[in-house]
Ligand binder design. Structure first.
Ligand code: GZL
Length: 307
Protein backbone atom coordinates (compact mmCIF):
# COMPACT_ATOMS: atom_id res chain seq x y z
CA UNK A 1 0.00 0.00 0.00
CA UNK A 2 0.95 3.62 -0.52
CA UNK A 3 2.64 5.86 1.97
CA UNK A 4 0.24 6.75 4.81
CA UNK A 5 1.41 10.35 4.59
CA UNK A 6 1.29 13.02 7.25
CA UNK A 7 -2.01 12.06 8.85
CA UNK A 8 -1.99 8.28 9.02
CA UNK A 9 0.19 6.31 11.44
CA UNK A 10 1.41 4.14 8.59
CA UNK A 11 -1.37 1.59 9.33
CA UNK A 12 -1.66 -1.82 7.76
CA UNK A 13 -2.42 -2.98 4.23
CA UNK A 14 -3.55 -1.22 1.09
CA UNK A 15 -4.40 2.42 0.53
CA UNK A 16 -8.14 2.32 1.20
CA UNK A 17 -8.39 -0.15 4.14
CA UNK A 18 -7.85 1.86 7.34
CA UNK A 19 -7.22 0.50 10.81
CA UNK A 20 -9.03 2.08 13.77
CA UNK A 21 -8.14 1.59 17.42
CA UNK A 22 -11.26 2.06 19.54
CA UNK A 23 -11.34 2.28 23.37
CA UNK A 24 -14.85 1.76 24.75
CA UNK A 25 -15.91 2.82 28.28
CA UNK A 26 -17.21 -0.61 29.30
CA UNK A 27 -20.51 -2.53 29.15
CA UNK A 28 -22.27 -0.75 32.03
CA UNK A 29 -25.65 -0.13 30.43
CA UNK A 30 -28.03 -1.05 27.64
CA UNK A 31 -26.94 2.14 25.91
CA UNK A 32 -23.29 1.10 25.99
CA UNK A 33 -23.91 -2.35 24.52
CA UNK A 34 -26.04 -0.82 21.75
CA UNK A 35 -23.25 1.70 21.09
CA UNK A 36 -20.64 -1.09 20.88
CA UNK A 37 -22.84 -3.06 18.46
CA UNK A 38 -23.26 0.05 16.27
CA UNK A 39 -19.50 0.66 16.14
CA UNK A 40 -18.60 -2.98 15.39
CA UNK A 41 -21.28 -3.38 12.70
CA UNK A 42 -20.46 -0.03 11.08
CA UNK A 43 -16.74 -0.87 10.93
CA UNK A 44 -17.56 -4.10 9.07
CA UNK A 45 -19.86 -2.29 6.65
CA UNK A 46 -17.29 0.44 6.06
CA UNK A 47 -14.42 -2.02 5.55
CA UNK A 48 -12.56 -0.52 8.52
CA UNK A 49 -10.22 -2.88 10.40
CA UNK A 50 -11.36 -2.38 14.04
CA UNK A 51 -9.21 -3.01 17.10
CA UNK A 52 -11.65 -2.80 20.03
CA UNK A 53 -11.09 -2.75 23.80
CA UNK A 54 -13.51 -2.57 26.79
CA UNK A 55 -12.06 -0.55 29.69
CA UNK A 56 -14.54 -1.74 32.34
CA UNK A 57 -15.18 1.95 33.16
CA UNK A 58 -11.56 2.51 34.23
CA UNK A 59 -9.63 5.45 32.80
CA UNK A 60 -6.27 3.72 33.27
CA UNK A 61 -7.46 0.89 31.03
CA UNK A 62 -8.46 3.39 28.34
CA UNK A 63 -5.06 5.09 28.52
CA UNK A 64 -3.34 1.68 28.22
CA UNK A 65 -5.49 0.86 25.17
CA UNK A 66 -4.72 4.21 23.50
CA UNK A 67 -0.99 3.64 24.08
CA UNK A 68 -1.16 0.19 22.56
CA UNK A 69 -2.92 1.61 19.47
CA UNK A 70 -0.14 4.19 19.15
CA UNK A 71 2.43 1.38 19.38
CA UNK A 72 0.58 -0.57 16.70
CA UNK A 73 0.58 2.54 14.48
CA UNK A 74 -3.15 2.43 13.73
CA UNK A 75 -4.38 4.95 11.14
CA UNK A 76 -6.90 6.55 13.49
CA UNK A 77 -7.87 6.36 17.17
CA UNK A 78 -11.43 6.82 18.44
CA UNK A 79 -12.67 6.60 22.02
CA UNK A 80 -15.43 7.49 24.45
CA UNK A 81 -13.63 9.05 27.46
CA UNK A 82 -15.07 7.61 30.68
CA UNK A 83 -14.36 10.94 32.42
CA UNK A 84 -13.59 14.43 31.04
CA UNK A 85 -10.12 15.04 32.54
CA UNK A 86 -6.66 13.42 32.54
CA UNK A 87 -6.23 12.83 28.80
CA UNK A 88 -3.77 15.51 27.65
CA UNK A 89 -0.59 13.42 28.05
CA UNK A 90 -1.77 10.40 26.06
CA UNK A 91 -3.47 12.59 23.46
CA UNK A 92 -0.18 14.47 22.96
CA UNK A 93 1.56 11.10 22.45
CA UNK A 94 -0.98 10.29 19.71
CA UNK A 95 -0.46 13.72 18.13
CA UNK A 96 3.34 13.29 18.20
CA UNK A 97 2.87 9.90 16.53
CA UNK A 98 0.76 11.67 13.87
CA UNK A 99 -2.28 9.51 14.64
CA UNK A 100 -5.53 11.52 14.45
CA UNK A 101 -8.02 11.08 17.32
CA UNK A 102 -11.81 11.23 17.19
CA UNK A 103 -13.90 11.67 20.38
CA UNK A 104 -17.22 9.87 20.31
CA UNK A 105 -20.12 9.90 22.80
CA UNK A 106 -18.35 11.73 25.62
CA UNK A 107 -16.02 14.76 25.58
CA UNK A 108 -12.73 15.67 27.29
CA UNK A 109 -11.97 18.97 29.06
CA UNK A 110 -8.56 19.46 27.34
CA UNK A 111 -7.97 23.15 26.60
CA UNK A 112 -5.90 22.17 23.54
CA UNK A 113 -8.45 21.52 20.81
CA UNK A 114 -5.74 20.31 18.42
CA UNK A 115 -5.51 17.09 20.47
CA UNK A 116 -8.50 15.65 18.59
CA UNK A 117 -10.05 16.19 15.17
CA UNK A 118 -13.74 16.13 16.09
CA UNK A 119 -16.27 15.25 18.85
CA UNK A 120 -19.28 13.20 17.71
CA UNK A 121 -22.03 12.82 20.31
CA UNK A 122 -25.08 14.22 22.06
CA UNK A 123 -25.53 17.61 23.70
CA UNK A 124 -25.95 16.41 27.29
CA UNK A 125 -26.82 19.86 28.67
CA UNK A 126 -29.72 19.94 26.19
CA UNK A 127 -30.81 16.48 27.35
CA UNK A 128 -30.85 17.67 30.98
CA UNK A 129 -32.83 20.76 29.99
CA UNK A 130 -35.45 18.65 28.18
CA UNK A 131 -35.87 16.55 31.35
CA UNK A 132 -36.28 19.72 33.44
CA UNK A 133 -38.71 21.27 30.97
CA UNK A 134 -41.02 18.26 31.19
CA UNK A 135 -41.03 18.51 35.00
CA UNK A 136 -41.74 22.27 34.99
CA UNK A 137 -44.67 21.64 32.61
CA UNK A 138 -46.02 18.76 34.75
CA UNK A 139 -46.12 20.90 37.91
CA UNK A 140 -46.99 24.28 36.38
CA UNK A 141 -50.33 24.48 38.25
CA UNK A 142 -48.98 23.27 41.61
CA UNK A 143 -47.74 25.51 44.42
CA UNK A 144 -46.50 22.63 46.63
CA UNK A 145 -42.82 21.80 47.08
CA UNK A 146 -41.63 19.12 44.65
CA UNK A 147 -39.02 16.88 46.31
CA UNK A 148 -36.62 15.50 43.70
CA UNK A 149 -33.94 12.84 44.10
CA UNK A 150 -31.26 12.51 41.41
CA UNK A 151 -29.24 9.45 40.33
CA UNK A 152 -26.12 10.80 38.62
CA UNK A 153 -23.92 9.01 36.11
CA UNK A 154 -20.33 8.16 37.10
CA UNK A 155 -18.53 11.08 38.76
CA UNK A 156 -16.58 13.22 36.29
CA UNK A 157 -18.29 11.84 33.18
CA UNK A 158 -19.41 14.45 30.63
CA UNK A 159 -23.03 13.17 30.56
CA UNK A 160 -23.21 13.22 34.38
CA UNK A 161 -21.82 16.76 34.64
CA UNK A 162 -23.86 18.20 31.79
CA UNK A 163 -27.19 16.46 32.36
CA UNK A 164 -27.10 17.67 35.98
CA UNK A 165 -26.23 21.19 34.73
CA UNK A 166 -29.04 21.37 32.17
CA UNK A 167 -31.66 19.93 34.53
CA UNK A 168 -30.60 22.20 37.40
CA UNK A 169 -30.67 25.33 35.23
CA UNK A 170 -34.26 24.70 34.13
CA UNK A 171 -35.76 23.82 37.53
CA UNK A 172 -33.94 26.74 39.18
CA UNK A 173 -36.66 28.91 37.58
CA UNK A 174 -39.08 27.89 40.36
CA UNK A 175 -38.02 27.45 44.04
CA UNK A 176 -40.78 24.87 44.62
CA UNK A 177 -38.45 22.35 42.93
CA UNK A 178 -36.01 20.97 45.51
CA UNK A 179 -33.29 18.41 44.80
CA UNK A 180 -33.27 16.81 48.27
CA UNK A 181 -30.66 14.12 47.41
CA UNK A 182 -28.24 13.55 44.53
CA UNK A 183 -25.71 10.69 44.31
CA UNK A 184 -23.77 8.79 41.60
CA UNK A 185 -25.36 5.55 40.48
CA UNK A 186 -22.58 5.02 37.89
CA UNK A 187 -25.11 4.46 35.04
CA UNK A 188 -25.76 0.88 36.25
CA UNK A 189 -28.99 -0.82 37.36
CA UNK A 190 -27.37 -2.37 40.44
CA UNK A 191 -25.97 0.89 41.77
CA UNK A 192 -29.15 2.77 40.84
CA UNK A 193 -31.19 0.31 42.92
CA UNK A 194 -28.76 0.49 45.86
CA UNK A 195 -28.70 4.31 45.95
CA UNK A 196 -32.48 4.58 45.51
CA UNK A 197 -32.96 2.21 48.48
CA UNK A 198 -30.85 4.62 50.55
CA UNK A 199 -32.82 7.63 49.26
CA UNK A 200 -36.11 5.93 50.20
CA UNK A 201 -34.86 5.15 53.72
CA UNK A 202 -33.71 8.71 54.43
CA UNK A 203 -36.40 10.72 52.61
CA UNK A 204 -40.04 10.04 53.62
CA UNK A 205 -41.46 12.29 50.88
CA UNK A 206 -39.97 11.81 47.39
CA UNK A 207 -42.12 13.14 44.54
CA UNK A 208 -39.75 12.74 41.57
CA UNK A 209 -36.69 10.73 40.52
CA UNK A 210 -34.42 12.18 37.82
CA UNK A 211 -32.04 9.41 36.70
CA UNK A 212 -29.23 10.24 34.24
CA UNK A 213 -29.93 7.02 32.34
CA UNK A 214 -32.64 4.36 31.91
CA UNK A 215 -30.58 1.64 33.60
CA UNK A 216 -30.36 3.50 36.92
CA UNK A 217 -34.07 4.29 36.60
CA UNK A 218 -34.85 0.59 36.11
CA UNK A 219 -32.81 -0.28 39.20
CA UNK A 220 -34.63 2.44 41.13
CA UNK A 221 -38.00 0.99 40.05
CA UNK A 222 -37.04 -2.27 41.79
CA UNK A 223 -36.20 -0.29 44.96
CA UNK A 224 -39.44 1.73 44.79
CA UNK A 225 -41.55 -1.42 44.37
CA UNK A 226 -39.57 -3.08 47.15
CA UNK A 227 -40.59 -0.19 49.39
CA UNK A 228 -44.26 -0.85 48.56
CA UNK A 229 -44.64 2.27 46.38
CA UNK A 230 -45.84 2.53 42.77
CA UNK A 231 -43.22 3.86 40.30
CA UNK A 232 -44.69 6.36 37.83
CA UNK A 233 -47.46 7.24 40.30
CA UNK A 234 -46.20 7.66 43.90
CA UNK A 235 -42.83 8.72 42.49
CA UNK A 236 -42.65 10.24 38.99
CA UNK A 237 -39.58 9.06 37.06
CA UNK A 238 -37.66 10.86 34.29
CA UNK A 239 -34.73 9.12 32.62
CA UNK A 240 -32.40 9.63 29.65
CA UNK A 241 -31.39 7.17 26.87
CA UNK A 242 -34.58 5.45 25.51
CA UNK A 243 -33.11 1.95 25.28
CA UNK A 244 -35.54 -0.97 24.92
CA UNK A 245 -36.06 -1.81 28.60
CA UNK A 246 -36.51 1.88 29.48
CA UNK A 247 -39.05 2.33 26.69
CA UNK A 248 -40.93 -0.79 27.88
CA UNK A 249 -41.11 0.62 31.43
CA UNK A 250 -42.30 3.93 29.94
CA UNK A 251 -45.02 2.16 27.91
CA UNK A 252 -46.00 0.33 31.13
CA UNK A 253 -46.30 3.63 33.03
CA UNK A 254 -43.46 2.89 35.47
CA UNK A 255 -41.37 5.70 33.92
CA UNK A 256 -43.15 8.94 33.00
CA UNK A 257 -40.81 10.56 30.43
CA UNK A 258 -37.61 9.60 28.60
CA UNK A 259 -35.21 11.94 26.84
CA UNK A 260 -33.53 10.07 23.98
CA UNK A 261 -29.75 9.78 23.72
CA UNK A 262 -28.87 7.88 20.56
CA UNK A 263 -26.09 5.24 20.77
CA UNK A 264 -26.14 4.70 17.00
CA UNK A 265 -22.95 6.64 16.28
CA UNK A 266 -21.13 3.94 14.26
CA UNK A 267 -21.92 5.03 10.71
CA UNK A 268 -21.02 8.69 11.32
CA UNK A 269 -17.87 7.61 13.17
CA UNK A 270 -16.60 5.52 10.25
CA UNK A 271 -17.35 8.33 7.74
CA UNK A 272 -15.48 10.83 9.90
CA UNK A 273 -12.56 8.41 10.36
CA UNK A 274 -12.11 7.91 6.60
CA UNK A 275 -12.13 11.68 6.03
CA UNK A 276 -9.69 12.33 8.86
CA UNK A 277 -7.24 9.69 7.64
CA UNK A 278 -7.33 11.27 4.17
CA UNK A 279 -6.53 14.60 5.81
CA UNK A 280 -9.87 16.06 4.78
CA UNK A 281 -11.51 18.81 6.86
CA UNK A 282 -14.22 17.62 9.30
CA UNK A 283 -16.47 19.72 11.58
CA UNK A 284 -14.98 20.02 15.08
CA UNK A 285 -18.37 19.09 16.56
CA UNK A 286 -21.06 16.70 15.22
CA UNK A 287 -24.20 16.73 17.41
CA UNK A 288 -26.47 13.65 17.51
CA UNK A 289 -30.10 13.94 16.38
CA UNK A 290 -32.48 12.78 19.14
CA UNK A 291 -35.96 13.33 20.58
CA UNK A 292 -38.12 12.65 23.68
CA UNK A 293 -40.82 10.08 24.50
CA UNK A 294 -44.07 9.99 26.50
CA UNK A 295 -45.69 6.63 27.37
CA UNK A 296 -48.01 6.88 24.36
CA UNK A 297 -45.10 7.65 22.01
CA UNK A 298 -43.13 4.73 23.49
CA UNK A 299 -45.96 2.31 22.68
CA UNK A 300 -45.92 3.58 19.07
CA UNK A 301 -42.12 3.50 18.73
CA UNK A 302 -41.31 0.20 20.47
CA UNK A 303 -42.01 -2.18 17.56
CA UNK A 304 -39.52 -0.38 15.28
CA UNK A 305 -36.72 0.32 17.78
CA UNK A 306 -33.36 -1.23 16.82
CA UNK A 307 -32.14 -1.58 20.43
C1 GZL B 1 -24.33 8.95 26.91
C2 GZL B 1 -23.49 7.82 27.44
C3 GZL B 1 -24.04 7.34 28.75
C4 GZL B 1 -25.45 6.78 28.64
C5 GZL B 1 -25.40 5.70 29.67
O1 GZL B 1 -23.91 9.32 25.63
O2 GZL B 1 -22.14 8.22 27.63
O3 GZL B 1 -23.21 6.27 29.23
O4 GZL B 1 -26.46 7.72 28.91
C6 GZL B 1 -24.04 5.10 29.36
O5 GZL B 1 -26.42 4.74 29.59
O6 GZL B 1 -23.64 4.24 30.35
Amino acid sequence: GGDSGATGGGGGGGDDKITMGFSQVGAESGWRTANTKSIQESAKEAGVELKFSDAQQKQENQIKALRSYIQQKVDVIAFSPVVVSGWDTVLKEAKDAKIPVILTDRAVDSADKTLYKTFLGSDFVEEGKKAGQWLVEQYKDSKDTVNIVELQGNTGAAPAIDRKKGFGEVIAADPKFKIIASQPGDFTRAKGKEVMEAFLKSNPKIDVLFAHNDDMGLGAIEAIEGAGKTPGKDIKIITIDAVHDGMQALADGKINYIVECSPLLGTQLMDLAKKVVKGEQVPERVVTEETTFTPEQAKQALPDRKY
